[in-house]
Design a protein around this ligand. Sequence first.
Ligand code: C5P
Length: 239
Amino acid sequence: EPRGTPLYAGKSKKVFAADDPDRVRVVFTDAVTAGDGAKREEFPGKGELAARTSALLFRALAAKGIRTHFLRELAPVEHLVRRVRIIPLEVVVRFLATGSLSRRLGIPEGQPLPFPLVELYYKSDELGDPLLTEDHVALLGLASPEVVRYLKDEARRAAEALREIFAAVDLVLVDVKFEFGETSDGEIVLADELSPDSMRIWTKEGERLDKDRFRRDLGDLLEGYAFVYRRLAERFPEF
Ligand code: C5P
């Protein structure tokens, strides 16, 4: 099917116009990158697993009252979503220490955090997505203090909801990265994707099922993603 020129091409997804100007189509690709694109590989079938997992989780969050950009699936790798202006912040919520938190602060890998930690990063490939304080956000004019407050609260709510969903299938949500967007009528909604590309999911035994398999050579990537999707789809057929 001819798709025309993407409105936007990211590292693992492409965004195309839809018939309705208030909607766009998100196409999930098989590309996986790490270290800001320094490491890149194609995994045939990854796009479909990420798209299906994202669709399921967007529907599950909507059922818990979280407002999202997701409308429906158009194809196995394609979502119809509300058109938004992406707010250039990555909002990360962590339940267990790992990754950059363990590296930066020396907290042992896998240590449970005393409260869900919410962090803001600047979505900027050129700068390598630096960690931001709220004063940095104001300095750069990325969002008002009121919007920052809303994003952090909503990210915490969405992360807690996801943690419950994964706990119901005996999996552990370690951390998750959210992106939010603003619709033409000024509503702020959860956008982007919700897949093992953007969150860390462990078994209770600590086996990694997410993109860390690629980042850290911890096993077959598709096997991990397929395991997560199958578990969720069996337990939550309604989504
Ligand atoms: O690397 P770090 O520990 O900061 O990652 C925290 C969480 O954010 C992880 O779930 C990771 O997959 C996600 N993340 C992301 N995109 C980035 C950076 C981190 O999805 N650019």
